[in-house]
Design a protein. Structure first.
Length: 136
């Protein structure tokens, strides 16, 4: 199967590969697996006090399309609010990367990962911080 140039570019020069401290209260971590192939993706976001995603990192054990999808999503979410990040759809990713039908699930993995990261961040904030702290 032929990969698109954009997939190859992200695969060869992945953006934002790495890890953040998952215990940091400003970090949300999403870890998801694809039942179809067993691939695993971890996507992390660092959120500032204004609720803006300042930084994002990923680590993906998977195919080229999964790596490219997660790399693209880390680029897309920087500077976005959490609500904006939640609107990212796998169809946007698949379209941008020109993924063929058999690789659509790789982009679903990236959508699931960013959603899981936002949810993890929100659940941490809900649990560990008073409103006063959040507002400060
Ligand atoms: Fe998972 Fe492609 S099937 S690496
Ligand atoms: Fe399974 Fe890409 S994530 S083939």
């Amino acid at each position: 199967m032929a990969y698109s140039e954009k997939v190859i570019d992200h695969y060869e020069n992945p953006r934002n590969v790495g890890a953040m401290d998952k215990d940091d209260s400003g970090v949300g971590t999403g870890m998801v697996g694809a039942p179809a192939c067993g691939d695993v993706m971890r996507l992390q976001i660092k959120v500032n006090e204004q609720g803006i995603i300042e930084d994002a990192k990923f680590k993906t054990y998977g195919c080229g399309s999964a790596i490219a999808s997660s790399s693209l999503v880390t680029e897309w979410v920087k500077g976005k609010t959490l609500d904006e990040a939640m609107t990212i759809k796998n169809s946007h990713i698949a379209e941008e990367l020109e993924l063929p039908p058999v690789k659509i699930h790789c982009s679903v993995l990236a959508e699931d990962a960013i959603k899981a990261a936002v949810e993890d961040y929100r659940s941490k904030r809900g649990a560990g911080h008073s409103q006063a702290e959040v507002a400060a």
